[in-house]
Write a protein that binds this ligand. Structure first.
Ligand code: 13P
Ligand code: SF4
Length: 329
C-alpha cells in the first residue's frame, strides 16, 4: 500500500492535525502539519482548530496536549514513552521531597519544577504543590520566576537540565544521591534522571572536532552533561538549535549534539554529528508511516486507536502546572 498517498488523502478528508517532533523519522516528519520543539508543539496544538490531533512524538507530548486542551481527541501512532520521563514515578518524587524535608527545608518552602519530559502524575504532584512545568526553551524564564517565590527549587527529572540552567544563571545546584547534596547549601536540588541519548556526547568529542576543524562551532541540547554544555558555543532547545544553525554563514562548520534525525536533516548546512555513534532516540524512532496511516484510518472508520486519556484528578493538577508555564511569555 502507498501509505504516504493514503495519509495525504485522510488528512484532506478528516478534521485532524498531525503534529510531529523534530526527532521523528524523516518520512513521518514530512507528513506533519505542525512541527516544533516541545513548547511550540504544545502551544500550536492548543491553538489549532481541528478537534483531532495525531501526535507523532513520545508519550508525555500527546499527554500534555490532552491536559491543556481536554476537548480535543488526541491519538498517538505509537504509545512510546521517553526513557527519561520513566525515570521518576510518584514514590521517587515523594522521596525527593522527603529528602529535602529531612535536610531542614519545610515542605511549604519547596517549589517543584518539572521538565515537560515527565508523566502527568509527576506534573500533577508538582501542580498540587504550587509548582510549574518547564521545557528546554523556557527553563531560564521559569526558574527565574520560581526564584521570585524565595523557595528552594526541586528540579525533576533531568539533573543535566537543572544543573545547566543553574550554571548559566550563576546558581548553586546539587543532585540527590550524587556526592554531598545539602539542600540548604543549594538553590536548585535536582533529581538524578537523565537522557541516555544526550549522555552519548562527551567533551572528548568536542575536542576531536575542534582539533580537526579549528574554527568549528559546537551547538548542543541542554540535556547534555554540564561538562559538555560548558565547552559548547551554544546550548538550546531543538528549535533554538535549528535557528542557530540557520543563522550561521554557509561556510561556517558546526557540530551538533542532539538526536540524529534532526542533525541529519540539516546536513546541507555544513553540519556534523557530535558523536562517533548514531545518537538515535529509540522511542522517537518507533513511529512509522504505517503507524501514522493506521491511526488516521481508525478515525475514518470511527474506531479510534491509541487514544490518550488522563484521569480527571491527575489532569486537574497537571493542568495547573502546565497552565502556569504557558502563561509565561
Ligand atoms: P525540545 O523541547 O528541545 O524539542 O526537546 C525535547 C526532547 O525530548 C529533547 O530530548
Ligand atoms: Fe526522551 Fe532523550 Fe528521547 Fe528526548 S531524546 S525523547 S529526552 S529519551
Amino acid at each position: 500500500m502507498d501509505y504516504r498517498a493514503e495519509i495525504i488523502r485522510l488528512k484532506e478528508k478528516l478534521p485532524v492535525t498531525v503534529a510531529g517532533h523534530f526527532y521523528q523519522r524523516d518520512d513521518v516528519f514530512e507528513l506533519a502539519d505542525i512541527t516544533g520543539d516541545s513548547l511550540e508543539l504544545a502551544r500550536k496544538c492548543q491553538a489549532d482548530n481541528n478537534p483531532w490531533v495525531v501526535f507523532c512524538g513520545v508519550g508525555f507530548m500527546g499527554q500534555s496536549v490532552k491536559i491543556i486542551a481536554p476537548e480535543k481527541r488526541v491519538l498517538m501512532p505509537k504509545l512510546a514513552e521517553c526513557s527519561m520521563a520513566r525515570m521518576i514515578d510518584a514514590s521517587y518524587f515523594d522521596e525527593s521531597v522527603e529528602y529535602m524535608v529531612k535536610h531542614g527545608i519545610k515542605k511549604e518552602d519547596i517549589l517543584p519544577i518539572t521538565y515537560i519530559n515527565s508523566d502527568a502524575l509527576i506534573k500533577a504532584k508538582v501542580g498540587e504543590m504550587g509548582g510549574i512545568v518547564c521545557t528546554s526553551s523556557n527553563a531560564y524564564k521559569i526558574i527565574e520566576k520560581g526564584l521570585e517565590s524565595g523557595k528552594k527549587i526541586l528540579f525533576v527529572p533531568d539533573r543535566c537540565l537543572g544543573q545547566n540552567f543553574a550554571n548559566t544563571m550563576g546558581l548553586k545546584s546539587c543532585v540527590i544521591g550524587e556526592g554531598e547534596c545539602d539542600p540548604k547549601e543549594a538553590d536548585i536540588i535536582c533529581f538524578n534522571g537523565f537522557c541516555a541519548v544526550h549522555q552519548l556526547f562527551t567533551v572528548d568529542d568536542i575536542k576531536f572536532y575542534r582539533q580537526r576543524y579549528p574554527n568549528i562551532l559546537v551547538a548542543v541540547h541542554p540535556e547534555c552533561d554540564p561538562s559538555v554544555v560548558k565547552e559548547a558555543d551554544f546550548a538550546g532547545s531543538t528549535s533554538q538549535i535549528i535557528k542557530y544553525v540557520n543563522s550561521l554563514d554557509e561556510n561556517q562548520k558546526v557540530v551538533v549534539g542532539t538526536e540524529y534525525n534532526l542533525v541529519n536533516r540539516m546536513r546541507e548546512k555544513n553540519t556534523y554529528v557530535l558523536s562517533a555513534t548514531k545518537p538515535e532516540c529509540p522511542t522517537m524512532n518507533e513511529t512509522t508511516v504505517e503507524d501514522l496511516y493506521k491511526v488516521l484510518k481508525s478515525i475514518e472508520d470511527n474506531q479510534p486507536i491509541n487514544e490518550i486519556f488522563v484521569e480527571e484528578d491527575v489532569a486537574k493538577y497537571a493542568k495547573l502546572a502546565l497552565d502556569r508555564m504557558l502563561e509565561v511569555k
